[in-house]
Design a protein around this ligand. Structure first.
Ligand code: 5GP
Length: 204
């Protein structure tokens, strides 16, 4: 497929969406993969924009039908990437951006390693993550504790990623993200490389 994939992972509260939003005008045309989830919408989130919010039954039906490129259980809820829109965007040669967890990243690597670039986004420290989760006031204490304990596990997978962005200030993180997104676009699949070599050699 002619397109490229950029996976962003990192704890909830790391600022991934803000970074994408801040950098979006500077990274050219891209397709952001909107995930499907069984978790409830937070205040300010809307269906079809942040996520497709569905019931467990509907999610499990989609699993059976093979509609997901990847899916995982995170914090007790299902999260998944629908296959068809991603396939269509890749066929059009687009950069497809995913905000998925470390399990999802591993599954994408298994299936589409050749065209995948990945970046792990994290606040400078666990203490800062906790402060951010409390200050955004979207989750109760039990949910925050679950997210923090998940984050301490996820940070151990940092070496599986091509790049790490430590989100100290949004401006700095967005500048680094623009560099990573441009690098992701330059990644060629094996097929593209072989086609290029053939063309480069001409009749020789
Ligand atoms: P949140 O509930 O904070 O929106 O997301 C929780 C976690 O689920 C985050 O780490 C986020 O990256 C991850 N996530 C969101 N969508 C997907 C998805 O489609 N697949 C996987 N594997 N993880 C996802």
């Amino acid at each position: 497929m002619p397109g490229a994939i950029l996976v962003l992972s990192g704890p909830s509260g790391a600022g991934k969406s803000t970074i994408i939003h801040t950098a979006s005008d500077a990274i050219g045309e891209y397709y952001f993969s909107i995930s499907t989830t069984t978790r409830s919408p937070r205040v300010g989130e809307s269906d079809g924009k942040d996520y497709f919010f569905v019931s467990r039954e509907s999610f499990e039906e989609d699993i059976k039908l093979g509609n997901f490129l990847e899916y995982a259980q995170v914090h007790g809820n299902y999260y998944g990437t629908s296959l068809k829109p991603v396939e269509a965007a890749l066929k059009k040669g687009k950069l497809v951006i995913f905000d998925i967890d470390v399990q999802g990243h591993r599954l994408i690597r298994e299936k589409l390693n050749g065209i995948t670039t990945s970046v792990f986004v994290t606040p400078p420290t666990l203490v800062e993550l906790e402060e951010r989760l409390h200050s955004r006031r979207t989750d109760d204490d039990a949910v925050i504790q679950k997210r923090l304990s998940n984050a301490t596990e996820e940070i151990c997978a940092i070496s599986e990623y091509d790049f790490v962005i430590v989100n100290g200030t949004v401006e700095q993180a967005a500048t680094e993200f623009i560099i990573v997104a441009n690098a992701a676009r330059l990644k060629c699949s094996r097929d593209e490389e072989e086609a290029f070599i053939k063309k480069w050699l001409g009749d020789k």
